[in-house]
Design a binder for this molecule. Structure first.
Ligand SMILES: Cc1ncc(COP(=O)(O)O)c(C=O)c1O
Length: 502
């Protein structure tokens, strides 16, 4: 992925003569998925002040994202020794992490920002910036949503509509529609989404809730904070999700609910889990915090049980610009109770039906999520494309196990995990080559210090223990290029099969 900032002279030239090389370059910038092109909002103002019609300008800036004019940029530009206009471009490029300003003028490089012409930009291929492969790069996702979000953020700030405001309710409607379920309730984070859903489902102190040890601790924190007791079953050796065959043995007279986690972006086997829930009259809450948009035969994650809980932590498939979460449900009573719980147990200001929490979603986060939601399916499709390339290029390496995509699953690859004998060593080897990886999760919950008083023995959950010691998460975010994935795969192959294999 290459990022360019286009200087005003390029736009002006294209507007004057749409047949030029510069005009072709701008068209390429708007249509090539490997290029993210930015302009300063001030460039549009310059074009408008030259008398070009809004319609013509609109045609040329479609597909470009606009960096707002602001006092900080002006301050930096005024202080620049290169002059205001060049200083402005350099400052904006630096703040927005854009390595190249493209201009027809001959300008010296400033502050680590290269000034290049269209010819040089056109000849640059996606080799640029592809050496280092981040585990996650959130910056690249800003481009397609920036204009929308910037406008909304400015309005929210001017209206000082931080805690109230319309975006939360609008996001709730839009996310409920996306999940094809009647209710979505925005809350402060995914952990609270789980907690509020459990409380709204009527979980009582001492109730047992069956979940898995191969998950993030938030799953069991919510159970414990609701006063209930987490009871573990191991995960399947192929999907690393709740193993339905092991559930019945853990059901006691205290069991009230099942809490499967759709880990790494793939749904647990909800048909089998729901059948057990029906047989034993248990409630089901889905931890869908890693599964935005995942589905089973067209039915979305989070819509099988009584409720589904989502995290919108920034790194998730649908992530806010801070903390956020959401509960979805078809049950109006659960939706109403979660709304009440997130607002200190009040349904009318200062009239508290119950003790609740400060657990609202804030308006800025809801606006960011609204700007991103229309892009989620496309992003998930990119994640699947990346996963297919990993599957192709890593197949046949002895000792390495690739993720199994269940035939029912619309996997959304929040993470791409592979099972290897020596994840720590592989990670260190890749890091030396500027490829960054993660571990999800290095200690299964039953062996965490926080749960040591439970007295669970090592080897009680062998698959979860194997996940903890042998899984490694490879770089995964929608903007990864084919070349970057190719490099990750070649390095892994070289690590296991020697340099000639890479
Ligand atoms: C599986 C799982 N459950 C729950 C959570 C908690 O979400 P949050 O961090 O938004 O509280 C997360 C987020 O990391 C998660 O991955």
């Amino acid at each position: 992925m290459i990022k360019f900032l286009l200087a005003p002279d390029l736009l002006l030239e294209a507007l004057q003569n749409p047949e030029t090389y510069t005009a072709q370059f701008i068209q390429k910038c708007s249509s090539d998925a490997g290029i993210q092109a930015w302009i300063l909002a001030h460039t549009v103002q310059i074009c408008a002040s030259q008398g070009f019609s809004p319609k013509t300008i609109g045609q040329w800036i479609n597909g470009l994202s606009q960096i707002p004019n602001n006092a900080r940029l002006n301050e930096l530009a005024l202080a620049s020794r290169a002059g205001f206009e060049t200083g402005l471009q350099a400052a904006a490029a630096k703040i927005f992490k854009i390595p190249f300003v493209v201009t027809a003028q001959s300008v010296e490089n400033q502050d680590g920002v290269s000034f290049i012409n269209c010819q040089q930009a056109m000849e640059m291929d996606v080799r640029v910036g592809s050496e280092r492969v981040d585990f996650l790069n959130l910056n690249l996702a800003l481009h397609p949503m920036f204009n929308q979000m910037d406008g909304w953020f400015m309005e929210i700030i001017q209206d000082t509509a931080f805690a109230g405001g319309n975006h939360v309710a609008e996001f709730e409607k839009e996310f409920a529609d996306y999940c094809r379920i009647p209710h979505a309730v925005g809350v402060s984070n995914g952990t609270d989404a789980l907690l509020f859903a459990l409380l709204a489902m009527g979980i009582q102190p001492g109730d047992e809730i069956i979940t898995v040890p191969n998950t993030f601790i938030a799953t069991t924190e919510a159970i414990s904070h609701a006063g209930a007791v987490p009871v573990f079953v191991d995960v399947c050796p192929d999907s690393y999700n709740m193993n339905p065959d092991l559930i019945e043995a853990k059901i006691t007279e205290k069991t009230r609910a099942l809490l499967p986690v759709h880990l790494y972006g793939q749904m647990a086997d909800m048909d089998a889990i729901m059948a057990i829930a029906r047989k034993f009259d248990l409630m089901v809450l889905e931890d869908a915090c890693q599964a935005h948009g995942a589905d089973r035969n067209g039915r979305r994650a989070g819509t099988f049980g009584l409720a589904g809980a989502f995290s919108m932590y920034p790194g998730k498939n649908l992530g806010a610009f801070g903390e956020a979460g959401c509960v979805i449900t078809a049950d109006p009573k659960i939706a109403a109770t979660v709304k009440c719980l997130r607002e200190h147990g009040q349904s009318k200001k200062y009239y508290h039906q119950l003790e609740g929490f400060n657990g609202r979603m804030d308006n800025l986060q809801a606006a960011a999520l609204r700007a991103k939601l229309p892009l989620l399916d496309n992003w998930n499709e990119n994640r699947r494309r990346i996963a297919r390339q990993y599957q192709r290029e890593l197949s046949g390496i002895p000792g390495l196990t690739l993720p199994v995509v269940k035939d029912y699953a619309g996997h959304v690859f929040h993470l791409f995990v592979i099972l290897v004998p020596d994840p720590q060593e592989l990670s260190a080897y890749l890091q030396q080559r500027e490829i960054y990886t993660g571990f999800h999760y290095p200690v299964p919950l039953h062996l965490q210090q926080a749960y040591q008083t439970r007295g669970e023995r090592q080897a009680s959950y062998p698959v979860s223990e194997q996940c903890a010691t042998q899984l490694i998460s490879l770089p995964m975010f929608p903007e990864l290029t084919e070349k970057q994935i190719g490099r990750v795969c070649a390095e892994i192959r070289a690590y296991y099969q020697g340099p000639s294999a890479g």
